[in-house]
Design a protein around this ligand. Structure first.
Ligand code: AP5
Ligand code: MG
Length: 222
């Protein structure tokens, strides 16, 4: 049986880090709208060029674009291990669109997991972050340093990069966008009886264990 989940939290909460682990451990499919948009901008499509400046400022791109990206992924094939929605939905309109889309496809939304963190840790997490451009593995200068040989521990690539929006100015805008546009989703999912939360300030392994507790013991073969 597949399980579809949302990881909800501000920039730097650890959504991507935990999503990667769920992909490896449970065979789930990560749908990160941030990654999709970065892919579009690096491939130079018209849409990619349109969103680049918006992303660099730390603002949200339009609902129409991100809903279109998610629709395309969900309708192009099934994920037997289920989907992890990472960084989507980010507005109430996106949440409604996701509900309608899952309904249309006969699928359910099984867990909405809020990753609770304090703003103070986010600056350190974001400014210390580096990501493998090849496989998406996430590093941090202090908590998870890039291996000494400069190669990604997961895939061996030397293309480990920093994001253009990982600076204090853009982060301020990203946080503001989170509180204004995304945090109302906490009330939205709470009212629907779907909200669960984990302590995002705990160590990466401890957060994974807490998420595993919420998802139950289901594995890739289940
Ligand atoms: P997106 O790529 O989604 O960025 P974000 O939401 O700002 O979140 P991040 O990726 O920065 O943080 P994360 O929670 O994934 O943290 P991570 O695991 O990397 O979006 C980018 C932009 O795209 C947006 O600003 C917007 O413009 C646009 N966009 C995307 N989706 C959109 C949508 N739906 N609608 C409109 N616009 C959209 O961890 C961060 C660091 O902390 C890492 O270095 C990691 O190693 C470290 N870390 C993680 N967990 C821990 C831990 N437990 N303890 C210590 N360190 C940890
Ligand atoms: Mg991320």
């Amino acid at each position: 049986m597949s399980t579809n989940i949302i990881l909800l939290g501000p920039p730097g909460a650890g959504k991507g880090t935990q999503a990667k682990r769920l992909v490896e451990e449970r065979g789930m499919v990560q749908l990160s709208t941030g990654d999709m948009l970065r892919e579009a901008r690096s491939s130079g499509t018209e849409m990619g060029q349109r969103v680049a400046a918006v992303m660099d400022r730390g603002e949200l791109v339009t609902d129409e674009i991100v809903i279109g990206l998610i629709r395309e992924k969900l309708t192009s094939g099934a994920a037997s291990g289920g989907y992890i929605f990472d960084g989507f939905p980010r507005t109430l309109a996106q949440a409604d669109a996701l509900a309608a889309l899952l309904d249309e496809l006969g699928q359910s939304l099984d867990h909405v997991i809020e990753m609770r963190v304090d703003d103070e840790v986010l600056v350190a997490r974001i400014t210390g972050r580096a990501t493998c451009a090849n496989c998406g593995e996430v590093y941090h200068d202090v908590t998870r340093p890039i291996p000494a040989d400069g190669k990604c521990a997961n895939c061996g690539s030397t293309e480990i990069k920093r994001r253009a929006d990982d600076n204090e100015d853009a982060l301020r805008t990203r946080l503001l966008a989170y509180y204004k546009q995304t945090s109302p989703l906490i009330g939205y999912y709470h009212a629907k009886g779907q909200l669960e939360s984990v302590d995002g300030l705990a160590a990466i392994e401890a957060v994974s264990a807490e998420i595993a507790g919420l998802l139950g013991q289901q594995t890739q073969d289940a």
